[in-house]
Design a protein around this ligand. Structure first.
Ligand code: UDP
Length: 468
């Protein structure tokens, strides 16, 4: 890399594809439209997973990437958020080295990190950089994060035990148990880290949020007018992976989709990390079978934890072994199972897809909106319960599944809701609304669109940053 004259930004995604993908897309847009170059700095625990290197290797040449020294001695059998926090903290000293190296070769002006990387603000300051938060969740989740500090001061005990709902400014109210996972155990280090983020938000030079004004208009307005103080809020979405390269070999599931009627297939996917219990996998399999609808299911090995494959994005065992006996044979003409990572965006953009049973990860939600696919909400972890509630109750973009008293989605319920989505009036209404939003999303990211305007403002802020 020779010394550049254009402003350069360092981007630090925390582990997990759900952070890397939108941050890489953000870098692509900034580089393509504003003559800014970027380096993505990746914390590691060893050899990077294939899903990660595929994304990094497909980036244009003016977006570089570097891996930080692996962080070892991580605790076992703890929540992924604890592991992510430890990895980010253990990477701070090698981040310092990486920034020092970048500073000697580029006109480094800013550090962009996500909600697990805010301890690097101090490092950013040492290098006299602008500190930006890339918030890969919704504007609603950002509004909640701003208010957490106040909620913390005003309440005691766990939020799940609060006798009243928590109102998110500019959005709806949530029961304490629906709030995002990082705030569920107030005594643990994840909570303390997230609370610290809440306190630091007003110290940032700006926050990019992966949403767009037409989707969360009221929330974004309230965020700007009443919540965020002096910190600029930049909705820059919907940023989804624009060109997932999978070379010349087209995934088998896409070939299968080619032979299915238009809008007839429900995609079932729980993101990069979502896993179900064995019992729940069986209920889902029976529900899909009983619905008589076509389906494409990205299935992972069963696990008691709902996010067991978060770091690997794949199954540990052969999933076909734990599906109900005879299920594959009985559904062979209308079902397709992918037992590991599948090209979700290519699937969602395929003509044959007409519905999406999703865990409501924010990336998956945006992908569904961009491709106009009606959703069924099946939240598992992170902030997915909040997303599911906004999608079903506030925005009417998804149908909700009801659990039984043990928290299980039973086969009858799954069958009923899949049928309503694919054949019923409610499904058609959602489909119509999504068509409008789909064009609003495209407009937001076109010249003069709301998200492109945000991007221009960020570029201006970066270009005006004095470089010693
Ligand atoms: N994804 C994919 N193939 C898979 C599973 C997931 O391409 O088999 C992608 C999906 O398209 C999305 C991301 O991984 O871009 C998952 O992000 P999301 O925020 O939906 O959920 P998370 O994985 O963070 O829970």
């Amino acid at each position: 890399m020779k010394m550049e004259k254009t402003p350069h930004i360092a981007i630090l995604p925390s582990p997990g594809m759900g952070h890397l993908i939108p941050m890489a897309e953000f870098a692509k847009r900034l580089v393509e439209h504003h003559h800014i170059s970027a380096t993505i700095i990746i914390p590691t625990t060893g050899t990077p997973p294939k899903a990660q290197t595929t994304v990094l290797e497909s980036l244009p040449e003016n977006i570089h990437h570097m891996f930080l020294s692996p962080v070892n001695d991580l605790p076992e059998n703890v929540r992924p958020e604890i592991i992510i926090n430890r990895i980010m903290q253990g990477s701070l000293s090698s981040l310092r080295d990486a920034l020092s190296c970048l500073k000697s070769k580029t006109k480094l002006v800013a550090l962009v990190f996500d909600m697990f990387g805010h301890d690097s603000m101090e490092v950013g300051k040492e290098f006299n950089l602008c500190n930006f938060l890339f918030f890969p969740m919704s504007a609603m989740a950002l509004s909640f994060t701003f208010t957490l500090q106040k909620l913390d001061e005003e309440t005691t005990g766990e939020y799940k035990d609060l006798p009243y709902p928590v109102k998110v400014p500019g959005s709806i109210s949530f029961h304490g148990r629906e709030l995002m996972a990082p705030v569920q155990v107030r005594t643990d280090e994840v909570y303390k880290g997230y609370l610290l983020l809440s306190k630091r938000l007003t110290l940032l030079d700006g926050i990019m949020v992966n949403s767009f004004e037409e989707l969360e208009e009221e929330t974004i307005r309230v965020l700007r007018d009443d919540v965020s103080g002096q910190t600029p809020i930049y909705p820059i979405g919907p940023l989804i992976q624009s060109d997932p390269s999978n070379g010349s070999d087209r995934h088998e599931c896409l070939k299968w989709l080619d032979d299915q009627p238009s809008g007839s297939v429900t995609l079932v996917s729980f993101g990069s990390g979502g896993t179900l219990s064995l019992e729940q996998i069986h209920e889902l399999a029976h529900g899909l079978e009983m619905s008589n609808q076509r389906f494409l299911w990205i299935v992972r090995s069963p696990s008691k934890a709902s996010n067991a494959s978060y770091f690997t994005g794949s199954s540990q065992n052969d999933p076909l072994g734990f599906l109900p006996e005879g299920f594959l044979a009985r559904t062979v003409n209308r079902g397709f199972i992918v037992p590991s990572w599948a090209p979700q965006i290519k699937i969602l953009s395929h003509e044959a897809i007409g519905g999406f049973l999703t865990h409501c990860g924010w990336n998956s939600t945006l992908e569904s909106i961009v491709y106009g696919v009606p959703m069924i909400a099946w939240p598992l972890y992170a902030e997915q319960h909040m997303n599911a509630k906004v999608m079903t109750e506030a925005l009417d973009l998804a149908l909700r599944l009801e659990t039984d008293e043990n928290g299980l989605y039973q086969r009858e319920e799954i069958k009923k809701v899949v049928k309503v989505l694919m054949e019923g009036d409610e499904g058609k209404k959602i489909s119509k609304r999504l068509k409008e939003l789909k064009s609003a999303a495209m407009k937001a990211l076109s010249d003069g669109g709301s998200s492109m305007e945000s991007l221009s403002k960020i570029a201006l802020q970066l270009k005006q940053r004095p470089f010693p």
